[in-house]
Design a protein around this ligand. Structure first.
Ligand code: NAD
Length: 491
């Protein structure tokens, strides 16, 4: 049985595998992940710290060259990387390539680092005095990532962290860890010095050691809300700079004036794509007014046309969920529905196949207080909530403890504008169901979808991974020297 290696100080480090990695399309164990001892974690942090001593002084053009090369390598190896992702995550190859393309955007953004790291200069703020500012790296960044985007989320973090002169220790999800090792190899091929990007396999214990480690300076986390909260609290207690992105419950509001075919297509794409295992997946369609019956019927028609199968079969619209345990949890929302819920489509028949498949499920009449509404299901289960008015839809969204993404479908520009101002949500789509910002903006939710103040990637990513210095300069002539104990004034 293959054991997935760590990647420490520029080389693969083998260790006996412990946790199983599945091919979710077959249910077979294909590899095992090692759990590093505390000594291995300490040694990795020490190697990263040592590498930082030089990397922090690398020139901006050296870093830019490496990032450009990485971009080229990611393009050249897209098919291979996508196949690796599909074999451990289960998503379709097309979806895996989409994830790589969105990760690539972050490398492209980071390639503009000379612009992003440009400081300010103010001449003559007082007589003979100038001020300039610049940003410096933090040091060792621990990047802790979820299973659902095994290359995109590591690139959200590492592209900007490396560009700003930090070293990275990536702790990938133990469920689909192999592609992170391939990323590390490509970074070395791109010219990154040993120790600047490391992959430490492991689980919660590995994460906890990093959160408390004296030589880790910052933590970027993406995962579920309970773990994000824990990571934020534990790491800030240990004086780290932390951003911890959590789970989601994304609502898509359909106003009565919307084109219902466009809305139904969007609900299908965003509800069932990647088997619903996206943090920006639509989980609840909020039907406003008297369109609900017609909307549910158009969504159901489209559900019947979906093909669920292995991710490497081009005919599959979506693949399996990540583990059997997760599948059992997802199925309960349909096999034991909350009282009052109408199960419009039941995808449980697919469970007879090998692998961790769940067919598309559609629930109607879902309201707050029901498990199907309150929980982040993270599977191919789309719920419909019916409300009377636009104001009810906004109130529903704002009362929800999550605030990652939301969307509105309408032909009324003013309603859309008001919606984007009135919802307590970080990312909003207008007739766009999955509004993941392009890499020149930053990504982040509100409320329980993000702990810390900094969104990830884009300009906020650059700010998160660097800190400012401001230098005030005067070159006095000897004749200007004087003793003056007053507080320095500019006027
Ligand atoms: P998870 O929280 O179980 O795991 C994420 C990471 O944390 C993994 O590396 C894991 O090893 C580690 N971990 C797990 N339990 C831990 C613990 N008790 N202490 C310390 N570390 C621990 O998440 P997942 O199941 O891999 O991913 C799915 C979740 O991630 C969903 O909730 C989804 O919404 C969320 N997600 C959010 C975003 C976002 O941008 N907000 C993006 C992708 C995924």
């Amino acid at each position: 049985m293959r054991s997935v290696p760590h990647f420490i100080n520029g080389t693969e480090v083998s260790a006996p595998g412990e946790l199983p990695v599945y091919n979710p399309a077959t249910g077979e164990v294909t590899a095992r992940v090692p759990l590093p001892s505390t000594t291995v974690v300490d040694d990795t942090v020490a190697a990263a710290r040592a590498a930082w001593a030089q990397w922090r002084h690398s020139t901006l053009s050296q870093r830019t060259n490496i990032l450009f090369s990485l971009r080229q390598l990611l393009v050249e190896h897209t098919d291979e990387l996508a196949a690796l992702i599909t074999s451990e995550h289960g998503k379709t190859l097309a979806d895996a390539k989409g994830e790589i393309a969105r990760g690539l955007e972050n490398v492209e953004f980071a390639c503009g680092l000379t612009e992003h790291l440009k400081g300010g200069f103010s001449s003559q703020v007082a007589d003979g005095v100038d001020v300039h500012s610049f940003r410096e790296p933090l040091g060792v960044v621990a990047a802790i990532t979820p299973f659902n985007f095994p290359i995109m989320v590591p690139l959200w973090m590492s592209a900007n962290a490396l560009a700003t002169g930090n070293v990275v220790i990536l702790k990938p999800s133990e469920r689909d860890p192999s592609v992170s090792v391939r990323l590390a190899q490509l970074l070395v091929e791109a010219g990154l010095p040993p120790g600047v990007f490391n992959v430490l396999q492991g689980n919660a214990a590995t994460v906890n050691q990093l959160l408390e480690h004296r030589d880790v300076d910052a933590v970027s986390f993406v995962g579920s809300t309970p773990v994000a909260r824990h990571v934020y609290e534990r790491a800030t207690q240990h004086d780290k700079r932390v951003q911890a992105l959590g789970g989601a419950k994304n609502h898509m509001v359909v106003l009565p004036d919307a084109d219902l075919d466009i809305a139904a297509d969007a609900a299908i794409n965003a509800g069932y794509g990647a088997a619903g295992e996206r943090c920006m997946a639509i989980s609840v369609v909020v039907a406003v007014g008297d369109i609900a019956d017609e909307l549910v019927s158009r969504i159901a028609e489209r559900v019947d046309r979906l093909t669920v199968g292995p991710g490497d079969d081009p005919a599959s619209d979506f693949g399996p969920v990540i583990t059997d345990e997760h599948r059992q949890r997802v199925l309960r929302y349909v096999t034991q529905p909350d009282p009052g819920v109408r199960v419009v489509r039941d995808g449980t028949a697919l469970t007879a196949r090998p692998g961790f498949f769940v067919g598309p499920c559609l629930l109607d009449g879902v309201v707050p207080g029901m498990r199907a509404y309150d929980d982040e299901i993270f599977g191919p289960v789309l719920s419909v909530s019916r409300v009377a008015t636009y104001a009810d839809a906004v109130a529903l969204i704002n009362a929800n403890p999550y605030g990652n993404g939301t969307a509105i479908f309408t032909r009324d520009g003013n309603a859309a504008r008001l919606f984007s101002r009135q919802v307590s949500v970080g990312m909003i789509g207008v007739n766009v169901p999955i509004p993941v910002p392009v890499s020149s903006y930053s990504f982040g939710g509100w409320k329980n979808s993000l702990f810390g103040h900094s969104h990830i990637y884009g300009p906020e990513g650059i700010a998160f991974y660097s800190r400012a210095k401001v230098v005030t300069t005067r070159w006095p002539l000897a004749s200007e020297s004087q003793i003056d104990l007053g507080f320095p004034r500019t006027r």
